[in-house]
Design a protein around this ligand. Structure first.
Ligand code: 4NP
Length: 160
């Protein structure tokens, strides 16, 4: 099974939303046995917590239930276990690269590199903003999850 790990700062807004939308895409395509996903935070600030209620509500409006996900911090083994380790913004990618064994750095990618619009800096952190930030976040996530799947599906890809 090929697997993607989505990573943001708190693991309560952007990365659980990406995990949920990616899992929903896999379910629609009947690909749940071939591909997998998880999410984590570069911090442990919210470890054990459910996604932010605003992220849960925004995902629910698009037909996806992320209420069962629980936050955790990235661990060193994640770089071995996941074919892609995807930072939601550039700070997340920089933090991941600091902790990643040099031989596995090719697995670390910026989420928005998989979108068509490729906004500078990645997916903006919606935590301190208003509801429109969560809609913008999900627009970008919906734009990118297909590209993540395509990357994992490509022969010889996703293995670092
Ligand atoms: P996330 O958003 O990284 O998308 O989960 C945040 C969640 C919590 C905090 C910052 C960003 N915080 O400062 O607690």
């Amino acid at each position: 099974m090929k697997k993607a790990l989505f990573v943001c700062l708190g693991n309560i807004c952007r990365s659980p939303s990406a995990e949920g939308m990616f899992r929903a895409l896999l379910a629609r395509r009947g690909l749940e046995r071939r591909f997998g996903a998880d999410s984590a935070g570069t911090s442990n600030w919210h470890a054990g917590a459910a996604p932010d209620p605003r992220a849960q509500a925004a995902a629910r409006r698009r037909g996806v239930d992320i209420s069962g996900l629980r936050a955790r911090a990235v661990s060193p083994e994640d770089f071995e276990r996941f074919d892609l380790v995807i930072g939601m913004d550039e700070n997340n990618v920089a933090d991941l690269l600091e902790d990643c064994p040099p031989a596995l750095r090719g697995r670390v990618r910026l989420f928005t590199d998989f979108t068509a619009s490729r906004p500078k800096g990645g997916v903006p952190d919606p935590y301190y903003g208003g509801p429109e930030g969560f809609e913008r976040m999900l627009d970008l996530i919906e734009e990118g999850v297909e590209g993540v799947l395509a990357h994992l599906e490509a022969p010889g890809e996703g293995g670092g």
